[in-house]
Design a protein around this ligand. Structure first.
Ligand SMILES: [Zn+2]
Length: 261
């Protein structure tokens, strides 16, 4: 169960009320590292970003001990974390799912997460790794942000390297790659029921395989399926497990079914 430290929640003046920019919502995440001179003590950056002089903020901070501070609520506040311009005056910009965001729009459509660290290449702690994983799942569950690299950017990827080079203590792609095993334990073989309107059976454990030609290829909601084998295949929404079906001679992504017995 995710427990936030809310000591600093919604206290900073460095924010734009979401209501002031109607129609925006959190769509992707920008990951940072604080570059704190004393990363073992997160209170420095938490206090610093209360000051209007800082002109910066974020939504969440994961401390070295794994504590997750909720700093601004993404539902009601746009944080100032990804910058509007770099030093040359060129705007921060990013493409997400075919849409281009630049300048303030990057902040308006994103969630800012800081991992406390010196930003000198020292790896994040294992407690921070666990905290970041927990947060990834929370953001997926709460804001429907896909657990895919396309929706998780590192600050240094969207701004001039001369301006911001964080994070350096972790790679968000590596954290995402660790997730399937952590959050989707290998399911058991047995009897399952289709939990979507229509589920395809494929010739292999990935959507690159065609829908199975042998036997029944599609099953409607509520259909019972006997799964006699589990394979590690294409990870969809972080879930890599595919079940082999005796009846249809093919494979079904286990995210489409629920256990009957
Ligand atoms: Zn940053």
């Amino acid at each position: 169960m995710l427990q936030f430290d809310t000591t600093y929640l919604n206290r900073t003046a460095n924010q734009t009320p979401r209501a002031a920019v109607p129609g925006t919502r959190p769509l992707f995440v920008v990951w940072h590292e604080t570059a704190s001179p004393r990363p073992t003590n997160p209170y420095g950056t938490l206090e610093y970003n209360l000051s209007p002089r800082a002109r910066s903020s974020y939504h969440y901070l994961v401390a070295r001990d794994g504590t997750i501070f909720h700093y601004l609520d993404p539902r009601i506040a746009i944080a100032w974390h990804a910058g509007v311009h770099d030093q040359d005056g060129s705007p921060t910009q990013v493409d997400i799912a075919g849409t281009h965001y630049r300048g303030f729009a990057v902040n308006a459509w994103s969630i800012g997460v800081e991992l406390d660290g010196a930003c000198d290449g020292t790896p994040i702690s294992s407690a921070q790794r666990d905290g970041a994983n927990t947060l990834l799942h929370y953001l997926h569950d709460t804001f429907a942000i896909p657990l895919e690299r396309s929706h998780h950017l590192m600050h240094r990827e969207i701004t001039a390297p001369s301006y911001r080079h964080d994070p350096r203590g972790y790679d968000i792609g590596a954290l995402l790659a660790e997730m399937p095993a952590m959050h989707h334990p290998r399911p058991d073989i047995g009897l399952y029921s289709v939990d979507v309107a229509l589920a395809n059976v494929r010739e292999g454990p990935s959507t690159i395989y065609p829908v199975a030609l042998h036997g029944a290829a599609r099953f409607g909601h509520g259909a019972w399926l006997q799964v006699d084998g589990i394979l590690n295949g294409e990870a969809i929404e972080g879930n890599p497990w595919w079940g082999h079906l005796v009846s249809a001679i093919g494979f079904i992504w286990m995210g489409l079914v629920v256990r009957v017995r």
